[in-house]
Write a protein that binds this ligand. Structure first.
Ligand SMILES: *Cc1c(COP(=O)(O)O)cnc(C)c1O
Length: 365
């Protein structure tokens, strides 16, 4: 028997919303957090003081600058965004994905290779859009040119998301295949460069050479996940329209001031990224010494692993018991069967993970 409120919920809300499960964020209290691709380094005390000084200039009683002009100018300069491109900012790139999809016609088709970032599918579902996932190559998660272009021809997607590098697999797709998809697609292609700081390639330089290409980035994985700031760069006519769907004050005053301050600390971030890249290489080298574990190549600040003999869920649960939180991808099934994803931490954190991981595997579950 359902209660009156349950009956109202059932009759008033769209069935696709009721069918969703909310995005699950695990409780990480007291755990070493290596599950969410956060930068492990905090700021030196002098920077924290300077930052807090800057925050004193905020007027919390006033609405923030709706256009974020100074922040956009700073992003354009520091991220080498082509002069011809326009920017739209989002409360994280998650919000940008939502804005993009809200602007499409009802019943539009969204396409992405899979496995990939789950929010493309999740937000499409919440808006009642059709989502078509095209499997990546089984062995190395490559974007298969023939299979993907065939799917584009068949489904004529209104929008395609290509995470470059891809999450959770960590690889960059073959750039010539990406450009082939951009050329053949009649719809929009969003190249999601959330991990640009850690990757050896970018499509940013191609902006405005293709009418249907937009590049999306976020400051989250670089080291500002708490601020929630992402951006979409591309031709003015697209940005102009998407900007109408964006809520007017989506970037709050604290984020605007803090991001502007952080972008001035360029050298600190360059140093942190260099350390993470160095430690990614060390972590991968150590992991590949472990038998019965497959380590996938990474262009991001995380490493994808497949357990060839052990049960990923058991290992994940036991690592958590030992105080280490990573991501268990096994429940997603398919190509991610027995897969785990670990974020690159500080050298000490990586050692802590490696020690516990080795102990778990030799415990022989
Ligand atoms: C983390 C991630 C995002 C979302 O980032 P936010 O800006 O924190 O919302 C988008 N795309 C990919 C591929 C990601 O891995």
């Amino acid at each position: 028997m359902s209660t009156p409120v349950e009956q109202s919920v059932a009759s008033l809300l769209r069935p696709e919303v009721r069918a969703l499960s909310a995005y699950h964020v695990p409780d990480s209290r007291g755990l070493l957090k290596l599950d969410a691709m956060e930068n492990p380094y905090s700021w030196p005390a002098t920077f924290v003081d300077e930052w807090l000084e800057r925050l004193r200039t905020a007027d919390p009683n006033r609405y923030p600058d709706p256009a974020c002009e100074s922040l956009k100018a700073s992003l354009k300069a520091t991220h080498h965004i082509p002069a011809a491109a326009e920017l739209m900012l989002g409360n994280g790139s998650d919000e940008i994905i939502q804005i993009l999809l809200m602007a499409l016609r009802p019943g539009a088709t969204v396409m992405a290779p899979e496995p990939t970032f789950v929010m493309y599918r999740q937000i499409s579902a919440s808006l009642g859009l059709k989502f078509v996932g095209i499997p990546l190559a089984q062995d190395d998660f490559a974007l298969d040119a023939e299979r993907f272009s065939e799917a584009v021809t068949t489904h004529q997607p209104d929008i395609i998301f290509l995470a470059y590098p891809n999450n959770p697999t960590g690889n960059l797709f073959d750039r010539s295949v990406v450009e082939q998809v951009i050329r053949m697609a009649k719809g929009l292609v969003i190249v999601d460069e959330a991990y640009a700081a850690y990757a050896s390639d970018t499509l940013m330089g191609e902006l405005c050479r293709y009418d249907n290409l937009l590049v999306m980035r976020t400051l989250s994985k670089l080291g500002l996940a708490g601020l929630r700031l992402g951006y979409l760069a591309g031709p003015q006519p697209w940005i102009h329209e998407f900007d109408k769907v964006r809520l007017p004050y989506n970037i709050n005053v604290l984020t605007q001031i803090s991001a502007l301050f952080a972008l001035e600390q360029h050298d600190m971030f360059v140093g942190q990224v260099a350390a993470i890249l160095r430690d990614r290489a060390a972590l991968m080298a150590d992991l590949s010494q472990i038998e019965r574990v497959r380590v996938y190549p990474s262009e991001a600040n995380f490493v994808l692993l497949r357990l060839l003999r052990h049960d990923a869920t058991t290992v994940f649960t036991n690592l958590k018991q030992r105080g280490i939180l990573i991501k268990n991808l096994h429940p997603q099934g398919g190509a991610l069967t027995q897969c785990l994803r670990v974020t690159v931490g500080t050298p000490e954190q990586n050692q802590q993970f490696l020690t516990a991981f080795r102990a778990e595997l030799s415990a022989g579950h």
